[in-house]
Ligand binder design. Structure first.
Ligand code: FES
Ligand code: FES
Length: 159
């Protein structure tokens, strides 16, 4: 059965008809062509599909598209400010926080949520916040470094 939903994605409003069983991640990728959000597992465990729903990091393979009705979604494509990359997008590049890049969108969206709540996270805080995100290239050390550097950059801008 098709259901009508209204959602805002990266600041753009969409009115869509979706099947009741469609997952949010598939809506983003297949109906809106926002393929930066990845699907890495069938078990809600890898975190590659992480987006923000009303500002909170959520695994979009755990949410039905109809449950996102009326909500505001941000994906990795919407994280940058105009032409300016988000500090996390910059530090993942500069600190070599990505290898194949498959986990990177989910890592960055989880890290962005952490930095909203904790502007000076310790290495332990970062590792705890990212424990639901798997990197199959196992580049965790540089990922943690990238998040730390982004928090420092953002604090400098805020001063
Ligand atoms: S695809 Fe959602 S957690 Fe793996
Ligand atoms: S960079 Fe390849 S899975 Fe993380």
């Amino acid at each position: 059965m098709m259901e009508k939903i209204e959602i805002e994605v990266n600041g753009q409003k969409h009115s869509l008809e979706v099947e009741g069983r469609m997952l949010l991640v598939h809506l983003l990728r297949e109906k809106l062509n926002l393929t930066g959000t990845h699907v890495g597992c069938d078990t809600s465990s890898c975190g590659a599909c992480t987006v923000h729903i009303d500002g909170k990091a959520v695994k979009s393979c755990t949410v039905l598209a109809v449950q996102a009705d009326g909500k505001s979604i941000t994906t990795i494509e919407g994280l940058q400010d105009g032409d300016n990359l988000h500090p996390l997008q910059e530090t993942f590049k500069s600190c070599h926080g990505l290898q194949c890049g498959f986990c990177t969108p989910g890592m960055i969206m989880s890290a962005a949520d952490l930095l909203k709540q904790n502007d000076a996270p310790s290495e332990h805080d970062i590792r705890a916040a990212l424990e639901g995100n798997f990197c199959r290239c196992t580049g965790y050390h540089n990922i943690v470094k990238a998040v730390k550097e982004a928090s420092e950059k953002m604090n400098q801008v805020a001063v």
